[in-house]
Write a protein that binds this ligand. Structure first.
Ligand code: DLZ
Length: 169
């Protein structure tokens, strides 16, 4: 009785609240997507959303590099390798972590978020945290499908940050 029924609140707070400049021009930008193979179906939906967001920002399909790693824990190191290769202007790390019965979720979520932040800070290549951390699959679906696919925002975030980096450096 002390456990809330999280499936009933899956949609609460799921809607994206960020707005973007309609004129974001990523036509000169090269973007890397690193995705996990864990939770493959959901991550594929998110990656499709990312590509939609990149397209809206005029990023050419040929300028999008995509690769995969097993799970979310592998994302930061793969992002560092890609950042250090100097071949992309921004990186989106995409995955889905779902809470299980142990503390694994808490440790991994924290490590992955900090790891991705560290890659951006240490390399100056913007690294987008495109990792959903959810209590169950209903929460994941509410954030990765239909007209509330957070991947779209992550694609636009990558372009905005890549442009900011060009201005700053
Ligand atoms: C082991 C594990 C578990 C239990 N759950 C997930 C998950 O929900 N999402 C995800 O991306 N990866 C998961 N992993 C795998 C770890 O991220 C990692 O791949 C392994 O611990 C090997 O380092």
């Amino acid at each position: 009785p002390l456990q809330p029924d999280v499936s009933r609140v899956a949609l609460k707070g799921a809607e994206s609240e960020v707005s973007f400049d309609n004129d974001l021009d990523g036509s000169d930008m090269k973007i890397g997507i690193i995705r996990t193979r864990w939770n493959d179906e959901h991550v594929t939906n998110l990656v499709n959303g990312i590509k939609e967001g990149l397209k809206e920002c005029k990023v050419a399909e040929a300028s999008v590099f995509e690769t995969s790693v097993p799970g979310a824990f592998e994302l930061p190191l793969a992002a560092r390798f890609l950042a250090l290769s100097g071949t992309v202007d921004a990186i989106i790390c995409c995955g889905v972590l779902i809470k299980g019965e142990t503390m694994h979720f808490e440790y991994i979520s924290d490590a992955v978020a900090k790891g991705i932040m560290n890659v951006g800070m240490s390399t100056t290549t913007p690294c987008v945290l495109g990792v959903l951390t959810c209590m169950n699959e209903d929460q994941v679906k509410a954030r990765s499908s239909g007209n509330n696919n957070h991947g779209v925002d992550w694609g636009k975030t990558a372009v905005e940050m890549a442009l900011l980096r060009t201005e700053a450096m």
